[in-house]
Ligand binder design. Structure first.
Ligand SMILES: Cc1cc2nc3c(=O)[nH]c(=O)nc-3n(C[C@H](O)[C@H](O)[C@H](O)COP(=O)(O)OP(=O)(O)OC[C@H]3O[C@@H](n4cnc5c(N)ncnc54)[C@H](O)[C@@H]3O)c2cc1C
Length: 433
């Protein structure tokens, strides 16, 4: 049995290992000249940055499936914090302690009574803002900057985001805002938002100091040993279904496969299948800006989320907090979700970001090192498009192509969930073999 895996990000690499270890001829067809997909590290002046924040928890499925990675990844403590509306640093996503300190006790008392009112008003949790208001009240939702953060993340107004799509991410809010769970945590003396405990992953892992390249070199070596084949620089031209098989045409020629597993964006797949482009698929790109500086944030903070009402940047990752300063300077990356249907004026985004940091007084001697634009980084589900997108995904699957991965499934899943799903589907295909 021979299976084509379109795309060599986490999903493709995991699928290749599972298939190859089950004696199946697995071919990864990857467009770029490297594996890794979203996991890549643009390098400027000898320093490797990532396009975003990539942290692997100890139980991450990629580490479980590739024990080889334990000697490659770097164990770190990671601490996520939020920049509050008032410019102070709070636990991520927010803590009551931080809220009181920023907004005063009077506003906090009002916010508490507002939580009770909101529970009555939003008990149906019918859309994204109403779901959040049910748990934390409309006052905290707005004043804490959470609303602004969500709109920055999805790049559309909160009431337009489909609730089913956002639900996985919103689980954090429901855990955070659950009175019962908080009392339970306090009783067990566990960290709780009530005490303002930050997210602190004592045993997280990050990629090696030199970037994702050595990590994916280790992965490529591992799957090649398993018997999988990796074809980098593959330009796919078409996919044709012929009874039970598929013919894939690319710059490498034409090849027949018994099954196809796709991790590439669905729009690209539609094109390869010769189908008319679906209108419902909408995605956003990620603009990453890279800097060297002397940050005056808490030295331990590795990731800072922008919960302030201003600035279009979403998150800062302080790489030097993981790997140590470079020539005496800290270095970090900042993420901004952008609509790539419009021209991206990097200079304008830079100017706004730098002005914002300057106003906040949290850096000095900022040195811009470079930028990267990642297309199709974030899928967008509007309330009106959810059903249509599900229908179109189903249509591709009915044509015999299995969808896996964040890009392939057009979903917002973590790399651990991505790896798990890819491994489950590969196992399912192998058992049919
Ligand atoms: C900014 C950001 C931060 C994240 N941080 C975390 C985190 O901290 N922890 C976590 O668990 N998850 C995180 N995630 C999610 C995680 O990174 C993704 O779920 C995962 O990397 C997706 O892997 P994938 O293989 O599905 O897709 P991708 O990594 O996008 O891989 C798809 C591959 O397909 C290739 N391809 C595309 N089109 C074609 C074509 N036409 N022909 C051939 N090949 C093609 C691409 O080149 C790419 O290599 C983050 C995501 C983003 C965007």
């Amino acid at each position: 049995m021979k299976i084509a895996i379109l795309g060599g990000g986490v999903a493709g690499v995991v699928a290749a290992r599972v298939l190859a270890r089950n004696g199946i001829e697995a071919h990864i067809l990857e467009r770029n000249d490297r594996l890794g997909g979203l996991h890549h590290s643009p390098t400027f002046n000898g320093v490797a940055y990532d396009i975003g924040t990539f942290v692997f928890q100890k139980r991450h499925q990629l580490i479980r499936l590739f024990p080889e990675l334990e000697s490659v990844l770097v164990p770190v403590p990671s601490q996520f914090v939020s920049l509050t509306n008032k410019g102070s640093i709070d636990a991520y996503p927010l803590s009551l302690r931080g809220y009181v300190s920023d907004n005063g006790f009077m506003n906090f008392s009002y916010a508490l009574s507002n939580v009770l009112v909101s529970k009555a008003l939003h008990f149906r949790k019918s859309n994204v803002p109403s779901f959040i208001k049910y748990y934390i009240g409309s006052d905290i939702y707005k004043r804490s900057g959470l609303r602004k953060y969500i709109e920055r993340l999805y790049d559309i107004p909160d009431e337009e985001i489909d609730l089913e799509f956002a639900r996985k991410r919103l689980e954090l809010i429901s855990r955070w805002g659950s009175i019962r769970k908080n009392l339970h945590r306090l009783a067990k003396r566990k960290p709780s938002p009530l005490t303002g405990a930050p997210y602190l992953g004592k045993t997280d892992f990050v990629r090696p100091k030199d970037g994702f390249t050595p990590m994916y070199a280790a992965l490529q070596e591992a799957i090649t040993k398993d018997g999988a084949k990796v074809f980098l620089g593959t330009q796919l031209k078409s996919i044709q279904k012929q009874e039970d098989r598929f013919e894939i045409e690319s710059n490498l020629g034409s090849e027949h496969y018994d099954a196809v597993l796709s991790t590439i964006p669905i729009t690209a797949l539609y094109e390869l299948l010769g189908l008319e482009q679906p209108t419902a698929f909408e995605s956003r790109s990620l603009l990453s800006l890279f800097y060297k500086t002397r940050l005056s944030l808490s030295r331990d903070a590795t990731v800072v989320h922008n919960f302030s009402q201003t600035g279009d940047w979403k998150r800062i990752t302080v790489f030097s907090a993981y790997y140590g300063p470079h020539e005496g300077s800290d270095y970090f990356g900042c993420e901004i979700t952008v609509d790539s249907n419009q021209d991206i004026d990097v200079g304008a985004y830079r100017a706004r970001f730098e002005k914002h940091l300057d106003e906040l007084g949290i850096t000095n001697n900022l040195s811009f090192e470079g930028s990267a634009l990642t297309r199709n980084a974030y899928p967008i589900y509007r309330r009106t498009t959810f059903d249509e997108i599900q229908k179109q995904k189903l249509f591709v699957e009915e044509n015999g192509i299995r969808l896996v991965g964040r890009q392939g499934e057009f979903d917002y899943i973590s790399s651990s969930d991505t790896a798990l799903k890819a491994s489950n589907i590969a196992n399912e295909l192998a058992s049919r073999g």
